[in-house]
Design a protein around this ligand. Structure first.
Ligand code: NAP
Length: 249
C-alpha cells in the first residue's frame, strides 16, 4: 500500500495506543515517522514492530527541554514534515475533593502545556500545506465526575486547535482535533489501578450507544482523515465515540 508514500510525520505519544495505531498505518502506507514516548521498553517494542522507516525519541512532553530535543531530532532525521499528531496525554480519575496541586499541575503539564509547546516547536517544521491533529477527549464537552482537571485540560487543547488553525492558515496548514470516547488502549487513557480501569471500561460499554469500545485503529482512521483527506476542514474537532455525545444526554 502506498497511500502515504513519501510523507513524513511526527507522533507525540506514539509508542502504544492510538498514537501507535497512527504511526503503524503511516509506516504501512509508505511514510517515514518519528515517534515519542517516555518508557524505553515501549519505545523498543514500537521499534521492533515499525522497522526502518520509524525513528524514536524519548521525551516527557511536560519537560520543555525534552520537547526542544524532539524538534532537533525531527530537523536532523526528517527535515520538514507533512503532519504532526499531538497526542500524548492521560487522565487521572480524581474527584474534586481529592485533587492535589501536584496532580492538577501534572495533568495540565502533560495534556495542555505539552500540547502547546510541542506545537510551538514543531509547527515551523511542518511544510506549507501540511497539517496538525490534536487528540482531545469527549470529556471536554460534557460533565464527567472524577475528570474535572482532565476535562479542563482537554478543553484548552480544543481551543488551541482553533487558535493555531487561525495562526497557521496563512501557510495553508490545517489544524484539527479528534475527540475520542471510550477507546481500547493499554491505558484506556487513564492513570488508574487495573481494577479501576476495568470498572471504567465496563462503564464505557454500558454508556456507549454502540455498546462497545472503539479501537485505536478506528481513532487512527479519523486522525488520518483529518490529516490528509479533509482538505477543506480546519479548526474542527471530530468526535469518535460510538454515538456517546450525540445520542445520549
Ligand atoms: N483511551 C481512551 O479511552 C481515550 C479517550 C479520550 C482521549 N484519550 C486521549 O488519547 C490520547 C492517547 O491515549 P491512549 O489511550 O492511546 O493512551 P496510551 O495507550 O496510554 O498511549 C499514550 C502514549 O503517550 C505516551 N505518553 C504518555 N505520557 C507521556 C508524556 N508525559 N510524555 C510523552 N509521552 C507520553 C505513552 O508512552 P509512555 O507511556 O512510554 O510514555 C504512549 O506512547 C491521550 O491524549 C488521551 O488523553 C484517550
Amino acid at each position: 500500500m502506498s497511500r502515504f508514500a513519501g510523507k513524513k510525520a511526527v507522533i507525540s505519544g506514539g509508542t502504544h495506543g492510538m498514537g501507535f495505531a497512527v504511526a503503524k498505518a503511516l509506516v504501512e502506507g509508505g511514510a517515514e515517522v518519528l515517534i515519542t514516548g517516555r518508557d524505553g521498553k515501549n519505545l523498543e517494542a514500537a521499534r521492533q514492530e515499525l522497522g526502518e522507516r520509524a525513528h524514536f525519541v524519548s521525551c516527557d512532553v511536560a519537560n520543555l527541554a525534552d520537547v526542544r530535543a524532539v524538534g532537533d531530532a525531527v530537523r536532523e532525521k526528517l527535515g520538514e514534515v507533512d503532519f504532526v499528531h499531538v497526542n500524548a496525554g492521560y487522565a487521572k480519575l480524581e474527584p474534586l475533593a481529592v485533587v492535589t496541586e501536584e496532580s492538577y499541575d501534572r495533568t495540565f503539564a502533560v495534556n495542555t502545556k505539552g500540547a502547546y509547546f510541542t506545537t510551538q516547536v514543531l509547527a515551523p517544521l511542518v511544510k506549507d500545506g501540511g497539517s496538525i491533529v490534536f487528540t482531545t477527549s469527549i470529556a471536554n464537552a460534557s460533565g464527567t465526575a472524577g475528570m474535572s482537571v482532565y476535562s479542563g485540560a482537554k478543553a484548552a487543547v480544543r481551543s488551541f486547535a482553533q487558535a493555531f488553525a487561525a495562526e497557521l492558515i496563512g501557510r495553508n496548514i490545517r489544524v484539527n482535533a479528534v475527540s475520542p470516547g471510550f477507546i481500547d488502549t493499554p491505558s484506556m487513557g487513564v492513570d488508574a489501578s487495573a481494577e479501576e480501569r476495568q470498572h471504567f471500561s465496563e462503564l464505557g460499554d454500558q454508556l456507549t450507544p454502540m455498546k462497545r469500545h472503539g479501537s485505536a485503529e478506528e481513532v487512527a482512521a479519523a486522525v488520518l482523515f483529518l490529516a490528509f483527506d479533509a482538505t477543506f476542514t480546519t479548526g474542527q474537532e471530530l468526535v469518535a465515540d460510538g454515538g456517546l455525545t450525540a445520542l445520549t444526554g
